[in-house]
Write a protein that binds this ligand. Structure first.
Ligand code: VAH
Length: 317
């Protein structure tokens, strides 16, 4: 990879991935954004930015041509809870946008990374150590777009030879960009409450396990899969990757080890609880480990220490 376009560069993943890629490569690392979601000063000042609306194929093509892009990170999406409120828009961005990206990649010989999610699985999927190859029957629009995205990305590889690659991200936890309406985002919000010394109202019920990952591990996965030797791939779209699985009591008690006065109460959100109940408790990521050397580096304790330190610094606590 040398010239890279990040579509959705101002989102939770994009805002950090853009800076990671700019620190790793000397080529054009272009931050694609849409009006109203402008890049922050750090991204603006450190490299090229361009208005790239994923629903506008011409705009994608012009940017790819102008910056001689060889790799597209397609990070534009509506997250699970928001997608339930706006299903048509979720499909338009998730699938209409993906079609545009894949057509440009086919015509202009770009590799494409499109994140998938544990959201591709539904209630009839094995819940514990969910296998790489198993039933994908999501009951959310977010999950429908992610399953469809996996199928379309594999089709473009098999039919047209486009180098499409993807990982199924668990819930991602980060401190740079506030979360944007996901079901797993309680695991981000809880750290914000702890760092501010506020009581946390948990929207997810006690005992609800979900796979989670610290953002530095997620960013490394997004880079390593694109740098991997594809001759070893049995899979492409999309690899299970995993790091940790926990339920609200576990993360709450871990935080209390560092913030003894921290309090949490439950105020379960039926929509997000129903989504969480349909997702796996944990994933089996053996294929990613065997086919391209995936391995997480952060556990719950290391993530908690880093999240609390960085958020307290952010809030001047
Ligand atoms: C969400 N954080 O909750 C996102 C993610 C696997 C969860 O897709 O929608």
């Amino acid at each position: 990879m040398k010239n890279i376009l990040i579509i959705g560069s101002t989102g939770q993943i994009g805002s950090e991935l853009t800076m990671k890629l700019r620190g790793m490569y000397n080529g054009n690392i272009v931050a694609g954004y849409i009006p109203g979601a402008e890049p922050n000063e750090t991204i603006r000042e450190s490299g090229p930015c361009a208005i790239v609306d994923i629903t506008n194929e011409q705009q994608i093509a012009e940017t790819v041509s102008r910056y001689k892009i060889d790799t597209i990170y397609n990070l534009a999406a509506l997250l699970s809870a928001v997608a339930e409120a706006k299903p048509q828009l979720a499909w338009k961005i998730g699938m209409g946008g993906l079609f545009n990206v894949l057509e440009v990649a086919r015509a202009m010989n770009c590799a494409v990374f499109t994140p998938s999610s544990i959201g591709v699985f539904g209630n009839n999927t094995p819940k514990d150590k969910t296998p790489q190859d198993t039933i994908r029957n999501p009951r959310t629009m977010y999950g429908v777009t992610k399953v469809s995205g996996e199928l379309l990305s594999d089709y473009y590889h098999i039919r047209f030879g486009v180098d499409t690659r993807s990982v199924r991200f668990p819930g991602l936890i980060s401190y740079v960009t506030p979360p944007g309406g996901g079901t797993t985002d309680y695991a981000v919000d809880i750290y914000y409450s702890a760092a501010k010394g506020e009581t946390f109202e948990c929207p997810i019920a006690q005992g609800t396990f979900m796979d989670m990952m610290y953002m530095p591990d997620a960013l490394r996965a997004a880079v390593e899969i694109m740098e991997a030797d594809p001759s070893k791939f049995i899979h492409r779209n999309s690899f299970n990757i995993a790091s940790m699985s926990f339920e609200p009591e576990i993360i709450y008690n871990k935080i209390k080890e560092y913030e003894p006065d921290f309090k949490m109460v439950y105020n379960v959100d039926p929509l997000r609880q129903a989504i969480a109940d349909s997702w796996p408790n944990s994933l089996d990521d053996t294929c990613a480990r065997e086919e391209w050397g995936w391995k997480p580096e952060y556990d719950l304790d290391a993530m908690t220490r880093d999240m609390l330190a960085k958020l307290k610094e952010k809030f001047g606590k």
